[in-house]
Design a protein around this ligand. Sequence first.
Ligand code: UDP
Ligand code: MG
Length: 309
Amino acid sequence: MISVIIPCYNEEEVLPFFYKEICGVAKKMNKLDFEFIFVNDGSKDKTLELLKELSSNDKRVKYISFSRNFGKEAAMLAGLEYSKGDYVALMDADLQDPPKKLEDMYKIIKSEDYDCVGLRRVSREGEPKLRSFFARNYYKIINKISKVNIVDGARDFRLMTRQMVDSILLLKENNRYSKGLFSWVGYNTKWLEYENVERVAGNTKWSFSKLFIYSLESIISFSNAPLMISIVLSILFMVVSLVMFLILLIQLIKGAFISYILLLCALILFVSSIQLFATGILGIYLAKVHLETKNRPIYLVKESNINKR
Ligand code: UDP
Ligand code: MG
């Protein structure tokens, strides 16, 4: 069985299109059972009514409705937790993740040794220029400062094995950033490339500022680099102040006039470098605590020939 999880937030306009499309896909893959798990993320329009109607006519349609808008991450998590399939797919309701691709993805995951097949868009056509610019640089930065690899243009659209889903569900952290979590759990992922498609109806739920905050959160979740900023600055300040002291010392030895302003600056820099360093140390300890409180498992086993206990 394949579980298809669809987070929906005010999607009344696209849901009928989506449902038609996914039914077509399920029909083509007729050897398999399907369940469509729609997660209504606190929609303010008729999304829930629509879902109820669909589910009364089609028993493959399941819905989970949130008490309010918790965000797409929460919706995806709920879907994963409720899914029962041997394979689980995540896709958007707006047909930007072409459901047609599911068949290819399934073929790959079934015949080749992959645990996950994801979709990666190679073009960002139809997206505002500024947004593309920030997105590109965001991927560059996060891949540099974080240990997990986040593929540029990767969408949340993917098909995963039950094993990988169960691993993801072991990660209980509250601030979820799925792209990071999918990468963190490891396993083999194959990326299929495709051209960006625009949503068929309705509007995007992600404003620029929402995306920007999301990207900052992901950096904080998956990298300790920001905490190192104060250590780096403190070292810089220390070096500059030492150079200043050296200049003063030379002046003193030469018996020349000592610049008191330079002395003052050197002292200020010196003291603040020590303070920054202390803050940095605190930051490192905080990072450890931060990671500990996430309770991520220490390792995940993919295969083994012995059972635990
Ligand atoms: N979504 C959600 N909760 C939110 C925002 C979005 O469940 O708070 C869903 C939305 O219904 C859609 C998917 O996440 O199925 C992607 O959203 P959208 O198409 O607005 O994002 P974009 O494709 O513009 O990045
Ligand atoms: Mg979209």
